[in-house]
Design a binder for this molecule. Structure first.
Ligand SMILES: Nc1nc2c(c(=O)[nH]1)N[C@H]1C(S)=C(S)[C@@H](COP(=O)(O)O)O[C@H]1N2
Ligand SMILES: [Mo]
Length: 422
């Protein structure tokens, strides 16, 4: 059996199916493939019994934590405590479309409130037949729904709108994106109960943090797929994500997904607050700005290799990364190793779900010369990521929201990876 490693695109991108079929064989056959194993010194495992096999291990834990040999942390910014963002360290993660709850990114305007759930209520009022106030006991009696979703701050990857490419890892550049399996109540069910008056067009959502962060949401989204989240990855929503209640607007910009939700006011018009006037609007070349640009565009990035994750000599590598779209499912991710001249389709890890993170993988034989790796995602609506120059031309600098251009990583002959605009 001699597997054929014919590239499917220029500069060494290989067919993923070959690896599924010949995975083990390839590492032996092809010089410089995945394997970095060393020659075994002995054939008997008894010759080496490590200290942890000689005494019983530690007792059960009440709440498990990672191995003490593993340090994966969010970088916490300086400045005012609790104000700003702590990003998901994507450069240290692998495998899942679900972000471990403790590593979900955090964007807080005034810190994380310490809410006593017994004292927390959600008031729904304004243009409704009867205003109602719900405590948690009332809410858990509703029908629950579970869905895997991404949340992305529309400021994510704003760094790539600088004049020169920032040399930062994918945690810093893409860390305002996380995925969770959320469980909660459909807002449509709650609105049915209060009875929406026909003149209601907007829902004004207010958080119980000391910023009292507030956003105006078109009512259609509430009838479509908005969720009041009570659980995150199978346990109550974490304080950083909005305990005890968080508004989820699948596929829409993070800012509108109000945490620590305490009030929904149905109204004729938006409230035109800070977060939808001076912030979270996009300045156009004409000097006008786009307001209420809710859905997040189709987007992807190569996580490995990337800045800080360099190549260790020529050979076969797996190129992998994450793709997502606020418009629905990711339909395909193409990868180029020659700066966008030729493209090959990457394998998408199942299940590929609407408005959730999808992982992609494709093998690549690096010959050792300079290369430029790019991923380009297309969603089921037919939207495709723009090139960096195309994206930049849409706006007036320094506008950095909704940055969804393709990410290019230049690999130097020594294997060092850097961020480039192309
Ligand atoms: N009440 C309240 N809701 C909020 C915020 C906030 O500061 N206060 N930050 C918003 C912003 S800008 C984003 S991007 C998301 C971040 O959600 P996360 O912190 O759970 O990742 O929450 C949004 N909801
Ligand atoms: Mo945000």
């Amino acid at each position: 059996m001699k597997p054929e490693l014919e590239p499917v695109a220029g500069n060494g991108l290989l067919d993923r199916r070959l690896f599924l079929r010949y995975g083990a064989a390839l590492s032996g056959v092809v010089a410089g493939t995945f394997t970095r194993a060393t020659e075994a010194q002995t054939s008997s495992p008894q010759d080496f019994s490590p200290p942890w096999m000689k005494t019983p291990g530690s007792p059960h834990s009440r709440y498990g934590s990672p191995s003490r040999f593993v340090t994966i942390e969010k970088a916490v910014p300086g400045g005012l405590p609790g104000v700003g963002s702590a990003r998901t360290p994507h450069h240290l993660l692998e495998g899942s479309s679900i972000t471990p709850s403790g590593l979900h990114f955090e964007r807080d305007h005034a810190g994380v409130p310490d809410i006593d759930p017994e004292q927390h209520t959600l008031l729904i009022h304004g243009l409704v037949r009867r205003a109602l106030s719900y405590d948690l006991n009332a809410l858990v009696r509703f029908r629950l729904h579970t869905r895997l979703l991404f949340i992305e701050c529309s400021g994510n990857t704003g760094g790539n709108n600088a004049a020169t490419p920032p040399q930062q890892n994918v945690g810093a550049l893409y860390g305002l994106l996380s995925g969770s399996e959320w469980t909660g109540i459909r807002l449509a069910d709650l609105l049915d109960e209060v009875g929406v008056l026909p003149e209601a067009k907007w829902v004004i959502a207010e958080g119980a943090d000391s910023a009292g962060m507030t956003r105006s949401i078109p009512i259609e989204k509430f009838f479509d797929d908005a969720i009041l989240a009570l659980y995150q990855n199978g346990e109550p929503v974490r304080p950083e994500q909005g305990f005890p209640l968080r508004l989820l607007l699948p596929g829409w910009e993070g800012n509108a997904q109000v945490k620590w939700l305490r009030r929904l006011q149905l109204a004729r018009t938006p409230h035109y607050g800070r977060e939808e006037t001076s912030k979270y609007t996009e300045l156009l070349p004409s000097g006008k700005a786009i307001q209420f640009s809710f859905p997040m565009g189709v987007k992807s990035f190569i996580q490995k290799p990337s800045f800080g994750i360099d190549l260790q000599g020529p050979g076969v590598y797996e190129v992998s990364g994450l793709a997502w779209s606020g418009g629905g499912r990711v339909k395909r991710v193409d990868v180029s190793a020659d700066g966008g001249r030729t493209w090959a389709p990457a394998e998408l890890t199942e299940p590929v779900l609407s408005k959730a993170i999808t992982r992609f993988r494709i093998p690549w034989r690096w010959q050792g010369g300079p290369a430029t790796l790019i991923s380009r995602a297309t969603d089921e609506l037919g939207f495709r990521q723009p090139r960096h120059d195309e994206w930049v031309a849409q706006y007036r600098r320094p506008q950095g929201y909704h940055q969804n251009s393709t990410q290019a990583w230049a690999v130097g002959s020594s294997g060092i990876v850097s961020n480039v605009f192309y």
